[in-house]
Design a protein around this ligand. Sequence first.
Ligand SMILES: [Zn+2]
Length: 138
Amino acid sequence: MQALAIMLAGPEGANQLLKPEILNKKQVEWQSGLNKAISEYQNDNSPANRKKLDVAFCKYNHKQVKDSLKIMFSGKCAYCESHITHIGFGHIEHFRPKSKFPELCFEWDNLLLGCEICNGKYKGDKFPESNEGGPFIN
Ligand SMILES: [Zn+2]
């Protein structure tokens, strides 16, 4: 039934259909918590504030978010298309890295499913902008 709804809605509609409920409920709250943690860390970069910042950044890592991405990407890595869910859990990947674009940390359209190798070894937080020699492919 979901597949039929996706076919009828088209790719952009499908993306919104699969947006997990938790993001609709919590995105604003999580973003304001992250913004607060960033500004506290900028004022005082103590280990305690670093920990708070890490916790605020990681709110996106929710089962509902990953489950929706697994459906949307058919269990495959967005970069290499390996079937990740056969051998691992898959990573929630930020297309625009959260370290450079914290305002997109919880933005559904910025989230992908990635394998450990692509996300960890190759992509990481790289996202070269035009003033940094980017884009990767032109
Ligand atoms: Zn991959």
